[in-house]
Design a protein around this ligand. Structure first.
Ligand code: ZN
Length: 64
């Protein structure tokens, strides 16, 4: 599975990555706060400007 950095920030060193799985994709975050915000409202987070992903990936993460 390819690494996806949701924030556009570089993925941290191995073992220190902040990530979770969402809709079968492993999403990486810049920090705990970022991860927490996502957990509180994933759909809103994905639509926010904070998300720096390919449009195709964003589309696959959004609810239909
Ligand atoms: Zn972030």
């Amino acid at each position: 599975m390819a690494k996806i950095t949701i924030c556009g920030a570089p993925v941290l060193s191995r073992g220190k990555d902040k990530f979770l799985k969402y809709k079968g994709k492993k999403l990486f975050f810049c920090n705990d706060l970022c991860l927490k915000k996502f957990e509180e409202n994933p759909q809103e987070f994905i639509r926010s400007k904070h998300t720096q992903l390919d449009q195709k990936i964003i589309a696959s993460l959004l609810d239909p």
